[in-house]
Ligand binder design. Structure first.
Ligand SMILES: Nc1ncnc2c1ncn2[C@@H]1O[C@H](COP(=O)(O)OP(=O)(O)OP(=O)(O)O)[C@@H](O)[C@H]1O
Ligand SMILES: [Mg+2]
Length: 383
């Protein structure tokens, strides 16, 4: 899969990380009952890894992987988990492939187990508890027993548990169930908001405290950039891309592989090799700036002001900043209002707030665009 002959576009470039997957599975096996939580900013490849590396590695090691995205059912995360477990249970009874399905159905008929059985041989003991907490408990026990495999429960967007009122209780349940079935289920959490995940894990007294092992999910390395450069040269045989330049841009954009591909694709389309020129073109590309501008336009004046301030690396909550923003009639800022605006934009995914760094604009190219388009004095004159 990694040879170049079958690779026709930049989009076909994929970096697989089987060793990383194996090392995570090793961590899990070494500490039964203790989940791992993978820390990483947005769009750096967490889901891609769970799907393309961890799942197959887990299957090879004899686990039954089950994935649930908690964001999809924010209001009822336990039900999201239960649904994933139930689907998996259905797959155990009625394998997905047609051949498996036929086989199972025939076995049922031959066994003549009675008319009460449904097609596919879903067994009669169907009375799972209704209450989501108890149901999860039963589902895990049943799935592990019937599949005869330990379960690898992968929970994506786990930080959404921290965002609603029932979250604490859900975490407590999850913790209790994982502890109880520690021989049967291993869990991996990922979250798209680094600081929310951290907050959730660290909040002292919270049930997650010292429960999960926090690990930093590593960014893609130079190999990814080398593959992009190699493909560029295949398209433009007389040209090469400087790896150091690519490294600089990759770091600048926050190690987001899909965005990096887009930038190199644009470079290829224009035949340019200078990454600084490429970045400028990217920011000036109408398709990008119209999207950024519409995000900006959708914000309230105070939020716009705060965004401009952050883009210019000015401290948003300093005395001077508050004083300036307080004087603007449409804004009339106070420290509390600024803090609320920062928090709203963090929740909306526009800002992040990594520990020790503070609030920053999540998408660095969006930041560059705002910095280039709106000078700080725009705030005083136009808002
Ligand atoms: N190993 C990889 N090789 C090639 N491309 C990758 C790789 N990992 C991620 N990508 C690209 O980056 C995109 C974003 O990855 P992914 O959705 O996994 O990020 P994420 O960290 O889960 O993001 P979010 O925080 O938004 O959930 C993918 O759709 C893919 O195009
Ligand atoms: Mg994801």
């Amino acid at each position: 899969m990694n040879n170049n002959s079958g690779m026709n576009t930049f989009d076909d470039i994929e970096i697989r990380r089987p060793e990383l997957a194996i090392s995570y599975l090793g961590f899990l096996k070494a500490q039964p009952g203790r989940p791992i939580a993978l820390f990483a900013p947005r769009r750096v490849g967490k889901t891609y890894f769970l799907d393309g590396d961890l799942t197959p590695a887990a299957e090879k090691m004899g686990f039954l992987p089950v994935y649930a995205d908690l964001w999809l059912h924010r209001a009822s995360p336990l039900e999201a988990i239960n649904q994933a477990l139930e689907e998996s249970l259905d797959d155990v009874y009625v394998p997905k492939s047609n051949i498996g399905k036929l086989g199972k159905t025939q076995v049922t008929k031959i066994g003549a187990l009675g008319a009460s059985l449904e097609l596919g041989g879903v067994p009669a003991r169907r009375d799972l508890p209704e209450k989501p907490e108890l149901r999860m408990d039963s589902l895990i026990a049943r799935l592990a027993a019937d599949s005869r495999k330990p379960i690898l429960l992968m929970l994506g967007e786990i930080q959404s548990l921290g965002h609603f009122s029932g979250g604490e209780a859900a975490i407590a349940t999850l913790r209790a169930v994982l502890q109880k079935h520690k021989k049967k289920v291993f869990a991996v959490f990922t979250g798209s908001s680094q600081e929310a995940l951290g907050e959730m894990m660290m909040s002292a007294g919270g049930p997650m405290y010292q429960f999960a092992q926090l690990l930093t999910f590593p960014f893609l390395e130079t190999e990814f950039l080398e593959r992009l450069a190699r493909h560029y040269t295949q398209v433009h045989p007389s040209k090469t891309l400087e790896i150091n330049g690519l490294k600089k841009v990759f770091a600048h954009i926050g190690f987001k592989p899909a965005l990096m591909k887009d930038i190199v694709k644009a470079m290829s389309a224009e035949g340019i090799t200078d990454v600084d020129v490429a970045l400028t073109h990217y920011i000036n590309d109408e398709r990008n700036f119209l999207a950024w501008q519409s995000v900006f336009n959708g914000l309230q004046p105070l939020e716009q002001a705060v965004l401009i301030i952050l883009a210019h690396a000015i401290a948003p909550m300093s005395k001077d900043t508050v004083a300036v923003l307080a004087k603007i009639p449409t804004v009339k800022a106070t420290l509390a209002k600024i803090r609320a605006a920062l928090d709203r934009m963090r929740k909306a995914g526009i800002l992040s707030n990594p520990p020790k760094i503070g609030y920053m604009i999540e998408d660095r190219l969006f930041r560059d665009y705002i910095a280039k388009t709106y000078m700080p004095n725009y705030i005083s004159y136009n808002l």
